[in-house]
Structures are given as structure tokens and as C-alpha cells.
Design a protein around this ligand. Structure first.
Ligand SMILES: C[S@@+](CC[C@H](N)C(=O)[O-])C[C@H]1O[C@@H](n2cnc3c(N)ncnc32)[C@H](O)[C@@H]1O
Length: 195
């Protein structure tokens, strides 16, 4: 669809995902607030990495749960260790394939994908499966660095424009709701099932 797919960030980059200045640099507290989660929500964090967002979201859904999905077994091991160390009961690490997140159908209230969609090797297959996992009122929150902004200091291949994201989500039956633009460097784009 006119976009070059980036390489998957290796598990060796785990330290970068957990860096001390991340909250300030990316406004991650604003992002979490803008998700407007309900305490009972079932959330799926796709491309969860170390669980930087999954574990913070788990506190916002005390009666719900967070399905933390990744393709790298090393990231799943990291998620399991963190879960045990911090005695978190409502985060479920799930090892996915490159084409299937292995989520139950019609069950997820919010799918969050932060800085990962642009590196999915099979974006259409993944998003088709993710769409099926959403409840009829479920939402997708897609977070990508702004391609429209040359001042965002990230390689072009790791950025995405709203126009490109809308085109790719429309192709799998996901309708654009809105884009929240209060993060310093990223779009926070919301989509829902078109049917
Ligand atoms: C740059 S990291 C971002 C991690 C996390 N979302 C965060 O912001 O801290 C991208 C993650 O996406 C995962 N990933 C890439 N392709 C994937 C796919 N098809 N399905 C699930 N995870 C994938 C990678 O293994 C990696 O852990």
C-alpha cells in the first residue's frame, strides 16, 4: 500500500523501551489517560515488548485484564518474569505468530499498538485477525511517530502519516474515529469496526 515495512526491533532493545526519560519524551502518561479505559476493560497490547504499557494499563483495569502479545519469545519471557516479580495477576503474556495475534474473537474492548504496527511483516493478516478480536464497540488505538513532522527525530521508515494509517485500516474494515494530537511526537489514532 505504498509503504516500506521496517525490521522488527530485536529483544536486545528492551532497555531502550524501559528508558528513564521515556515518560517525558513521549508523554506516555498523556497516552494512558487518553485511552479512557474502564476498570472492567479487556485490553490487548500488541507488540507489547517489555510490557512498558501493559503493566501500567493493568492498574487501570483492576477488574479486567491485559493480553500482552508479542512475536519474540524473549519478550514473552521478560513479561512473565516481570509479572511474577511484581505479583501482577491480570496481565496474560501471549506468544503470537507474524500473521496471527492468537486472541479470542469478539472479546477485546481496546487494542493498543504502540510503535509496532510499522514493523508488522504481514500487516493485513494481523489487522484482519485483530479486528475479529474486537467486541462490536471495541476500539483500536494505533500510536505511530508523526511522518508529517520533519522535526520528529526518527527514521522515516519508523514513522507513519494519518493518511497512510487510515488507508491501511480502511482496507481491513476499520473505520477512523479521531486522532489525538497531544503527544509530543506521535499520533494517537482511534479506529473501530466498520460493520
Ligand atoms: C519497538 S517495540 C515496541 C514495544 C512496546 N509497544 C512499547 O512501546 O514499549 C515493537 C515490538 O513489536 C513486536 N512485533 C513486531 N511485529 C509483531 C507482530 N507481527 N506481532 C506481534 N508483535 C510484533 C516486536 O517483537 C517488538 O517487541
Amino acid at each position: 500500500m505504498g509503504r516500506q515495512i521496517a525490521h522488527v526491533m530485536g529483544h536486545e532493545g528492551a532497555g531502550w523501551l524501559e528508558r528513564d526519560d521515556r515518560q517525558q519524551e513521549e508523554g506516555t502518561d498523556i497516552l494512558l489517560r487518553e485511552l479512557k479505559l474502564k476498570p472492567t476493560d479487556v485490553v490487548a497490547d500488541i507488540g507489547a515488548g517489555t510490557g512498558y504499557f501493559a503493566f501500567q494499563m493493568s492498574q487501570l483495569v483492576p477488574q479486567g485484564k491485559v493480553l500482552a502479545v508479542d512475536i519474540q519469545p524473549e519478550m514473552i519471557a521478560y513479561l512473565k518474569e516481570n509479572k511474577a516479580r511484581n505479583k501482577v495477576s491480570n496481565v496474560e503474556p501471549i506468544l503470537s505468530t507474524k500473521q496471527n495475534p492468537n486472541l479470542p474473537p469478539n472479546s477485546v474492548d481496546l487494542v493498543l499498538i504502540v510503535d509496532a504496527y510499522h514493523e508488522f511483516d504481514y500487516p493485513r493478516e494481523m489487522m484482519t485477525a485483530i479486528r475479529k478480536s474486537l467486541t462490536p464497540t471495541g476500539r483500536l488505538a494505533l500510536v505511530e511517530y508523526r511522518a508529517e513532522d520533519v522535526n520528529v527525530p526518527i527514521k522515516r521508515i519508523h514513522k507513519m502519516s494519518i493518511e497512510q494509517a487510515r488507508k491501511e485500516m480502511a482496507a481491513v474494515g476499520l473505520e477512523f474515529i479521531e486522532s489525538v494530537e497531544s503527544l509530543p511526537q506521535q499520533h494517537l489514532m482511534f479506529f473501530q469496526r466498520a460493520d
